[in-house]
Design a binder for this molecule. Structure first.
Ligand code: HEM
Length: 502
């Protein structure tokens, strides 16, 4: 009987002791914030997992109440002043990524999930040539091919009198593009009826689980330790999902085998894939070629980082453009200057010269759902951020949303106004430094050139090929949630897309 009590009382006392320590004695005790947030990490579980909230949205209220720095967990601070973003994600600060956040995708290695700067730098140096602006010249044809494929599939659906789920349509475009770019092959999501390829559906179904995996790292580690085949047997609907996921793995294996047996095949490829870079021993500082599982992890990491982000930008752009018919008309007019004959598309370089299209993409990037605090760990010796000394070991971060929706830098921040980016508009020159959709510093996105190429070509293709109108989409349909990758819990953006005659 006594030992039973001990089993109950000891953990309760330890938990109470921990809470008291967090509130009164923890090195972050002096930082303001909700008492419960500082006391226990269950506060975040409540918000993100139970209430399904995006903390970054509530943080606007918390920053107004508590100031520029808010304690959001026993060991975590969130910063709210735009200038703090450039302090945390600065080129000279090579802080580790936070394992609790970057462990969520479940890859053992890969550019996005490497915690240490030096690991990420080594891999970045290997892959960077395939992402350079110059390399995009060879990727352009692939992007145009997929954008045209997107337009053809949309036109077919329109002919069948169906409106288009633009979220799935854009995700199909970006998934096929990033897979072909990365591996030289894809799942042909653009051919799936109603853009509902099982892989698109499976990826979408996974997104709402991520807040749970983020907040319960131990359960996550156990889940990821179970062999994939077993997980597939346990998952509901796995018979539909598993073949698709295995197909992606098969594509990687097949391409790899082809390359290993016929290395000269790589010379025929129109653009570089990860196989060109990763299998080139000379490209690696260690001169060691990564093994199959590392290759696989890097490929999946690139898909994770590069597919939905581009689609989200297109989604936000289209929702807002469709609410501003005058903007859409001006964009059509501008596009006609470089794309007069529908059958003869312009080049990417032509599109890059268009001021309004460029401004529209920038404004769409400003509106992307980016509610996750990109957390970093303060190294030994501590650091000063926003004028305050932050102790070593503290997890710090800031959500991009807090820069992009700051009235301090963007007037009428919640209004979609591409013209704010146009040369000649007051303050437009200074704005670029506050467009941080790709983050900044040593772990900034290196897919930025590919992302811009996709955005230019896909925006232009949609605007030039279709007369688009919303199909009953409401602001509620566009609601998103995010704590590492955004998802849209409601109906999604639907639009009628009537092909234009010429
Ligand atoms: C509009 C599209 C995109 C946006 C808004 C975006 C945004 C970002 C952001 C904010 C980060 C920093 C994340 C962090 O600190 O944790 C990042 C990192 C990264 N992105 Fe992108 N991204 C986009 C497209 C792409 C594409 C097309 C690729 C190509 C595969 C890509 C690959 C990566 C990689 C590999 C990283 C990790 C870099 C590192 O940690 O060293 N991204 N991206």
């Amino acid at each position: 009987m006594i030992s039973l009590w001990l089993w109950v009382i000891v953990p309760v006392l330890l938990a109470v002791g921990q809470v008291l320590y967090n509130v009164f004695l923890h090195p972050l005790a002096k930082f303001p914030g909700p008492v419960l947030a500082g006391a226990t990490s269950w506060w975040k579980v409540w918000k993100e997992v139970v209430m399904k909230e995006t903390l970054a949205q509530e943080l606007f209220v918390l920053h107004t109440k508590y100031g520029d720095i808010v304690r959001v967990g026993p060991n975590e601070l969130h910063f709210g002043k735009p200038s703090a973003f450039h302090e945390i994600y600065s080129g000279s600060r090579r802080w580790d990524k936070d394992p609790d956040l970057y462990g969520v995708p479940g890859f053992k290695s890969g550019s996005f999930v490497f915690l240490k700067y030096h690991q990420a730098k080594e891999r970045r140096d290997v892959l960077l040539p395939m992402f350079s602006k110059k390399a995009m010249e060879n990727v352009e044809a692939l992007v145009w091919r997929n954008a045209t494929h997107l337009a053809t599939s949309i036109a077919k659906m329109d002919a069948a009198k169906a409106s288009i789920d633009l979220l799935y349509a854009f995700r199909s475009f970006t998934l096929d593009t990033i897979m072909s770019f990365t591996f030289g092959n894809c799942v042909d999501a653009l051919d799936a009826p109603a853009f509902s390829d099982p892989l698109i559906l499976a990826m979408d179904a996974t997104l709402p689980i991520l807040p749970f995996l983020k907040n319960f790292p131990t359960i996550r580690r156990i889940a990821y330790a179970i062999p994939a085949s077993l997980v597939m047997n346990l998952l509901p609907n796995s018979e539909k999902l598993a073949p698709r996921l295995y197909l992606v793995r098969d594509i990687v294996h097949r391409e790899l085998q082809t390359v290993l047996h016929n290395p000269e095949k790589l010379d025929d490829a129109p653009h570089q894939t990860i196989f060109h870079r990763m299998l080139d021993a000379k490209a690696h500082k260690s001169k060691v070629v990564p093994n199959l599982s590392e290759l696989h992890d890097e490929g999946f990491t690139l898909i994770f980082a590069g597919a939905n982000t581009v689609a989200d930008t297109m989604l936000m752009g289209h929702y807002n453009m469709l609410q501003h018919p005058q903007l859409l008309a001006q964009l059509k007019q501008e596009l006609a200057t470089v794309w007069p004959d529908l059958q003869t598309p312009p080049t990417l370089r032509d599109l890059e010269t268009l001021p309004l299209l460029t401004a529209t993409i920038k404004e769409s990037l400003r509106f992307i759902p980016s509610g996750v605090s990109l957390t970093r760990v303060i190294p030994a010796g501590g650091a000063v951020i926003a004028g305050k000394t932050i102790p070593a070991g503290t997890v710090v971060g800031m959500a991009i949303l807090h820069v992009h929706m700051s009235e301090e830098v963007f007037k009428d921040a919640y209004t979609y106004k591409p013209e704010r980016w146009l040369a000649g508009t007051e303050g437009s020159k200074e704005l670029d430094q506050w467009l941080v959709a790709f983050s900044r510093g040593p772990r900034m996105c290196f897919g930025v050139n590919l992302a811009w190429a996709e955005l230019y070509v896909a925006f232009a293709t949609m605007i030039r090929n279709f007369d688009m109108t919303l199909d009953g989409t409401t602001p509620e349909d566009m609601e998103w949630r995010e704590c590492i990758a955004a998802y849209y819990p409601n109906r999604h953006l639907h639009a009628w897309c009537r092909p234009v005659e010429s």
